[in-house]
Design a protein. Structure first.
Length: 570
């Protein structure tokens, strides 16, 4: 039947039908013109629609979208191979979607972001098709007029792998915001296996891969560090042409550097370049990371100042996703300060912006954070509601990182209300997922939860198994908040083991940080702390307790974790 219909077509109609088979998931008239390279394609396409070989339907906005039935597309693809035009058509298809992605890239964090993101979502099957074709390798058979595809002004033809690397890296914010980062990582890794790329193309692709891995906490920093170092080196080697890309790498990856001193230097250098360029979006990004670094360094006032300045810029340029992230970060700062009403307001507004930008992963994080906020305030019903929403959303979008945070929120609540079996199961699931994605930050959370559950249920050996390795030298990179939380739990473990003098010393060593961190602890964590301190004071007697406490306080802050580890080894 299809043979009969095909044979009735004019030669031009047969040729165009065959060429259109390279599309996947439909196409626009503009895309058809790019692949068909025929000024009469609109008329031909209309005739193919009239003959029911191509369907037409509403697309994005007023633009019409065309597609073929699967059987017709398969038939047309076979005819394309017979014509010997398949490689050129697929190269044109790859070229078109590379140009589209690089056209979209500057707008993916501005007011127009939602429209561009939706358009890319509509073309996701074609983007996959183009990336898959780029893996074939070799030089592209078709070079566009004016060499639009080439950054270098020479006569060479672009390599397909290079085109693929540029396409995948131009979509970095799309992969990230629309929670498609595992797919972005997979394409970049496959492309790097096929070819290395050159110069700024390689630098940008390395940055995109490192960014997607680190910002979604799906790889160890040791895995990403070589990518960061090489991307920076390649940008510096490129001189003035690489200055902007250098600044992007410094800001985006300096902001997640475990070495806060170096991270701060990287973000500061990148921010300086963006201020010179007057790039408002990346100035806002730099300010965001400066705020997060300052918060890690316990400079709360400066952290809030940077975050609020970043928020103001994002509102100015109408960066919905960035506005949501700044609001979320400020909400977490207020929660840590015990300013729960302010935190709740910021978190609610953050959720609204993430809904607008379509960032389901960060919306899930908002619900996990709100669950913790309500737990801190003692409202178990609302805490459970948001934990359940976060769990359902994280599993729906299949995001392991957000699933871990949701499991921790739900498990901590389960522990607080005495549902120990559930808390243990969720802690074990969070731990397994953390190890699977090589995320030491969430692994610490899972161990903490499992240690607390074991201690409460009287299994002190199991509690030590989970908690003691967290203070082992060099194993985990803990910030001061994580250290304070772990040291407090180890003080309670020592008390539960009737090691009263050790317990008092640990509580003393951790007192200053605990007092700063206590507003973000649950009522059960706070009450158990007070219970064990009272028990230690009673067991030792006032003077002995004070002496042990003072001995702990005399320990330098940066030596406290090692001091506690040594106490348990003694």
């Amino acid at each position: 039947m299809i043979d009969w219909s095909f044979n009735l077509l004019s030669p031009d109609e047969r040729h165009i039908l065959a060429l259109l088979s390279v599309f996947s998931g439909g196409w626009t008239l503009e895309a058809a013109k790019a692949v068909g390279n025929d000024s009469y394609i609109y008329d031909i396409l209309g005739r193919l629609v009239d003959k029911s070989l191509v369907n037409v339907e509403p697309g994005n906005g007023a633009e019409m979208r065309y597609r073929m039935l699967g059987t017709i597309q398969q038939y047309a693809s076979e005819r394309l191979s017979e014509l010997g035009a398949g490689r050129e058509a697929r190269d044109r298809h790859l070229a078109y979607f590379l140009i589209l992605a690089e056209q979209a890239e500057p707008y993916l964090r501005l007011e127009e972001a939602a429209g561009w993101m939706d358009r890319l979502e509509l073309e996701i099957d074609n983007i996959r098709q183009a990336l898959d074709w780029s893996l074939v390798g070799g030089r592209m058979d078709w070079k566009p007029p004016g060499q639009e595809l080439l950054r270098e002004k020479d006569d060479r033809q672009i390599h397909r792998v290079e085109a693929g690397l540029r396409l995948a890296s131009a979509l970095m914010w799309f992969w990230h915001i629309r929670n498609r980062w595992p797919e972005g990582v997979e394409w970049l890794e496959k492309l790097f296996e096929k070819g290395s790329g050159e110069g700024l193309t390689r630098a940008k692709a390395l940055r995109a891969l490192g960014f997607l891995l680190m910002h979604n906490r799906s790889a160890s920093f040791d895995t990403v560090l070589p990518m960061i170092e090489e991307s920076i080196a390649l940008c510096r080697e490129s001189g003035p042409a690489g200055r902007h890309e250098l600044a992007v790498t410094l800001v985006l990856l300096g902001g997640v550097f475990p070495d806060r001193e170096r991270g701060l230097a990287m973000v500061t250098e990148g921010l300086y370049i963006f201020r010179e360029e007057q790039d408002l979006f990346y100035i806002a990004e730099g300010l965001l990371f400066m705020g997060l670094i300052m918060e890690e360094c316990e400079n709360e006032a400066l952290a809030r100042e940077y975050l609020e300045e970043s928020l103001a810029l994002r509102r100015q340029i109408k960066d919905q996703d960035g506005t949501g992230y700044c609001l979320l970060s400020l909400g977490q700062v207020e929660l840590a300060r015990g300013e729960n009403a302010a935190a709740l307001k910021l978190l609610k507004e953050s959720g609204d912006y993430f809904r607008q930008s379509g960032n389901q992963a960060r919306l899930t994080r908002v619900h996990s954070t709100m669950s913790h906020l309500w737990l801190v305030q003692g409202d178990d019903v609302l805490a459970a509601k948001h934990a359940q929403i976060a769990l359902a959303m994280s599993q729906d979008i299949d995001d392991p990182l957000e699933t871990i945070y949701a499991l921790f929120a739900s498990g901590l609540l389960a522990w607080a209300i005495g549902h120990y079996t559930q808390a243990r199961a969720q802690g074990e699931e969070a731990l397994a997922l953390s190890r699977k994605i090589c995320n030491e930050k969430t692994e610490v959370l899972a161990h903490y939860l499992l240690g607390r559950v074991a201690m409460t249920t009287g299994d002190l050996d199991e509690a030590g198994h989970h908690l003691l390795p967290l203070v082992a030298a060099g194993r985990y990179h803990l910030n001061w908040k994580e250290t304070a939380r772990i040291l407090d739990s180890l003080g309670e473990l020592a008390a539960a083991r009737n090691e009263w003098q050790h317990a008092a010393a640990i509580f003393g060593a951790n007192e200053c940080d605990y007092l700063k961190f206590v507003p973000s602890l649950s009522p059960l964590e706070r009450s158990e702390h007070e219970t064990w301190i009272s028990a230690a004071r009673k067991a030792l007697g006032g003077s002995a307790f004070e002496a042990a406490w003072a001995a702990g306080q005399a320990i330098a802050r940066d030596q406290a974790a090692g001091y506690v580890a040594n106490l348990f080894r003694a």
